[in-house]
Design a protein around this ligand. Structure first.
Ligand code: ZN
Ligand code: ZN
Length: 437
């Protein structure tokens, strides 16, 4: 069977979809324990549910590894900022089990503010300490996910997922891969080369998924961090289906440099090899925060990159399945109300949800098939095949493209820009491709 994009969804699903702005529980409602969920008010099971967009971040660090805030504080930040899901993805750590942390160690990262804000938000009956502030070993307990999730989750509005950043090294370079919605810790198993390390750790994720029968989403993180992973590496580890086309950490070399390509260019280079030479499915792009700093200090702050996933239900399984089917887009600020690909006419269409005082530029980017069945020529990789100024656009494939994808750029900068002259963007997934012919 040839495989094409969106194979898990019917065309019908794609033609009647409207983005819905998330409405989540406010901080005030949380603190009072008051629920506004309609599902709490009726015993009827939901019927005739239409797919909708859910906003989420799947790359987040907390005090469980090298982040500088408590996990339930971080979750509250995302609730308060309109997100629907959040995966905590600490380095080689799950938020499980008993863990005490010296308050002095927290102060080394964030000053006194982290503990003060934590106590103010959740109160002394929730915050669990050992000793008194004058003791050298004054400590606070980090709450495991299963303990604090009841405080922040609300059916149909906000859920937490367990994630892990499987953090390995090879050839002196960092090789990091996230697993979202895993159940058991994965200890990195290394490899002789970068590619072998990617393959080995990915295999562990896929084995756990199979063994437990639980949907897990692996994605390769920040390839240009430490200039660790090339477009060729991304192309050749074909079991890897997802990578970070945008990571909000300022240290990940998103734009590349004089001699090395930026991340978005790497996406097209890798997919040109996959579809043009290897007959392998393309990489899909994910945007994340990779957040570490939560108190306004410089560094990797929350709210810079996220995914919008279209599914009927807000559950880990539905979100992961939708992403595996390519039914999501990435954003650093631009919101889309619809993205559709008509399999019959081979037309990719999208509609932007405009923000006040913003104008939009939409590029359709394709890699053209080589007429001689060799690798696509470099100049035909990732070229702009159509551009529109406005909030709606569509592109019909001519048959020459290996795939097409769209990038929307706003005239406005992001709320918290990472690099000079940055503009809000949205990236849709490559469509129109076919493998296994
Ligand atoms: Zn990392
Ligand atoms: Zn990270």
């Amino acid at each position: 069977m040839p495989r094409t994009p969106f194979h898990a969804c019917s065309l019908l699903t794609f033609c009647c979809l409207i983005g819905v702005t998330a409405s989540v529980m406010s901080g005030q409602e949380q603190e009072s324990g008051r629920s506004t969920s309609e599902s709490h008010e009726t015993s009827e099971p939901p019927k005739d549910i239409q797919p909708r967009w859910w906003k989420g971040n799947i790359h987040t660090h907390s005090l469980w590894s090298d982040g500088d805030d408590f996990p339930e504080m971080i979750a509250s930040w995302y609730v308060d900022h309109g997100y629907n899901f959040l995966a905590l993805s600490d380095h080689n750590t799950l938020s499980q089990g008993l863990r005490w942390m010296q308050v002095s160690d927290i102060e080394k990262r964030a000053g006194k503010v982290a503990m003060e804000k934590y106590l103010k938000r959740f109160g002394p009956s929730w915050v669990e300490v050992r000793g008194t502030p004058t003791d050298d070993d004054y400590a606070v307990r980090l709450k495991p996910l299963n303990e604090f999730r009841a405080l922040v989750e609300q059916a149909g509005k906000f859920i937490m997922l367990q994630g892990e950043e499987i953090s390995d090294r090879a050839e002196g370079k960092p090789v990091h891969m996230n697993a979202t919605n895993l159940a058991q810790l994965i200890t990195p198993i290394h490899g002789e080369t970068v590619r072998e390390t990617m393959q080995n750790n990915l295999r562990l994720v896929l084995e756990q998924e199979k063994e437990l029968g639980q949907e897990i989403l692996p994605h390769l993180n920040h390839p240009n961090f430490g200039w660790a992973i090339t477009a060729e590496d991304l192309a050749h580890v074909i079991q890897e289906r997802f990578f970070e086309v945008y990571n909000g950490h300022p240290g990940v070399n998103h734009l590349g440099d004089e001699t090395r390509p930026g991340i978005e260019r790497m996406w097209d280079l890798a997919n040109a090899i996959r579809l043009g030479q290897l007959d392998a499915e393309p990489l899909l792009g994910v945007a994340t925060d990779d957040s570490h700093e939560y108190h306004g200090e410089p560094g990797s702050r929350p709210g810079r990159g996220w995914v919008m996933v279209r599914s009927m239900f807000l559950t880990p399984e539905h979100l992961v399945r939708a992403m595996k089917a390519g039914d999501f887009y990435c954003s650093s600020g631009v919101e889309l109300s619809s993205v559709t690909f008509d399999e019959v006419s081979k037309t990719l269409s999208l509609v932007v949800s405009p923000q006040p005082n913003a104008s939009y530029h939409i590029d359709f980017i394709a890699t053209l098939r080589s007429p001689t069945n060799h690798a696509p020529a470099l100049e035909t990789i990732g070229q702009i095949v159509s551009s529109v100024d406005g909030t709606t656009a569509s592109y019909t494939l001519t048959g020459k493209e290996l795939y097409v994808r769209a990038v929307v750029t706003s005239s406005q900068p992001p709320v918290d820009p990472v690099f000079a002259d940055q503009r809000q963007q949205a990236w849709t997934q490559p469509v129109g491709w076919q493998v296994g012919k």
